[in-house]
Design a binder for this molecule. Structure first.
Ligand code: AQP
Length: 405
């Protein structure tokens, strides 16, 4: 069943008013009639509307709770897709740059959020640790607020079409393009040995992960923008060659928090593979450890709290974390609050915010991990995802000429 946003016209106690409804809520506007404030809409009525076919259609519902008559237009929600690869424990950068954004988007968009376990094995993994990280990742998706009723949550390998389309994408991606992708290039430049073929070709798999669902948007942190651009290039190339196969998606990069930096080295991004472990706050760090990491964050000797990422990257990073965890509070506000104060004050404020957020997430995580919710969510999510991916792959293979029957 797809979900829709509605522009609806309600007749309430004999008077008409305009409204927009998403899910089971609406907000009658004051344009005509007497509707104001928020009212809960009976779920079964909304579901009758949701079951109608997509596109734009007028509909009439009557009577609703004996009080309303409703006439309106429905339009499809835009689709959004993103994934996280739990090569280690999820961290504050993943939360601020990606997860918290997925949560805020899920009311407005049709959200598809998967756990990219194929991408995890592009680097060596310990099987037991990987399995633990995958479970933790699902639990953290849910603990951070992703709602399986609103979002499709699944494990990449449970939808085998990803790997198959990944191979097809690989055959339509040039080596020159893969050579330009920073992850492989960086590791090679650092002289890392025995890099896998999977690490080299994973951007093609990522293109498949995205394009198989025809999303409108792909919310990512700054570091992943390059991959979405490659995805767009390959989609356009294949559309030109085979006809309109794919929707060409847009990357969606948050204004604040797109690149949370390491606390111990603010020239690098906060990363799961932080060798020192000091610059990265994991979502499951105990609160004492998290506080200690913030209080030891690298700053500078200028002793002024100003948002200047170029000259004061450590301070700017702390301010960015504080702003992101306070509903994107403007930097000017933060500068004003800390005018004349020291770095210790700023760090304490950041540590308080971070710890409050972690405490809330960890409380929910503990409940989820002790329940059977993870299995149930993944099963249902994979069924929903397969229903989209299977016909899409069949269409693509047919267009390329790979199918016989
Ligand atoms: N530091 C960050 N700041 C903002 N956003 C970030 N993301 C990752 N790190 C930051 C965003 O989180 C989403 C999932 O990323 P991922 O875990 O799949 O891959 P990654 O970007 O490679 O993350 P890591 O932690 O750096 O992993 P390793 O160390 O294994 O390479 C993406 O949207 C990403 O932008």
């Amino acid at each position: 069943m797809r979900t829709y946003a509605f522009h609806i016209r309600l007749k309430r106690d004999g008077e008409w008013c305009d409204a927009v409804a998403g899910g089971i809520w609406w907000n009658p506007g004051a344009s005509s009639g007497n509707g104001s404030g928020e009212h809960r809409y009976p779920i079964k009525v909304i579901q009758r509307v949701l079951n109608k076919p997509g596109g734009t259609a007028q509909f009439i519902m009557r009577p609703v709770m004996g009080r309303f008559l409703c006439l309106g237009e429905e339009k499809s929600m835009k689709r959004m897709l993103s994934g996280i690869k739990p090569t280690g424990q999820l961290h504050l950068g993943n939360y601020i740059g990606a997860l918290s954004k997925f949560v805020s988007y899920q009311d407005e968009y049709e959200m598809i959020a998967f756990i990219a376990n194929l991408h995890c094995i592009t680097v060596p993994q310990d099987p037991e640790e990987l399995q633990r990280n995958l479970r933790d990742c699902v639990a953290l998706y849910l603990a951070c607020g992703l709602d399986p009723k609103k979002s499709t949550i699944f494990l990449q390998t449970d939808v085998k079409e990803h790997a198959q389309l990944g191979y097809i994408m690989c055959c339509h991606t040039y080596m020159g393009e893969l050579n330009r992708m920073t992850q492989f290039k960086d590791k090679q430049a650092h002289g890392e040995k025995n890099l896998s073929g999977g690490l080299y070709t994973y951007p093609a798999l990522m293109a498949a992960d995205i394009l198989i669902y025809d999303p409108d948007y792909v919310p990512v942190g700054e570091d992943q923008k390059q991959h979405v651009e490659l995805t767009r290039d390959v989609a356009i190339r294949m559309n030109n060659r085979y006809g309109n196969l794919f929707k060409v998606p847009e990357p969606l990069i948050p204004k604040v928090g797109a690149r949370v930096m390491s606390l111990s080295d603010p020239s690098k991004k906060m990363s799961k593979s932080d060798a020192t472990n000091k610059g990265c706050i994991y979502l499951l760090d105990d609160l004492k450890t998290a506080r200690k990491k913030v209080m030891s964050a690298k700053t500078d000797s200028l002793n002024q709290i100003k948002f200047d990422p170029e000259n004061q990257p450590g301070v700017a990073n702390l301010m960015q974390i504080l702003s992101s965890l306070s509903d994107n509070r403007p930097m000017a506000d933060i500068e004003a609050e800390f005018a004349g104060k020291g770095y210790g004050d700023l760090k304490r404020a950041v540590a308080d915010k971070v710890c409050a957020e972690l405490e809330m997430i960890q409380g929910r995580y503990n409940e989820i991990i002790a329940s059977s919710m993870i299995e149930d969510v993944l099963k249902e999510g994979a069924e929903k995802a397969r229903a989209m991916a299977q016909p899409k792959l069949a269409n693509i293979q047919r267009a390329i000429g790979m199918e016989i029957i």
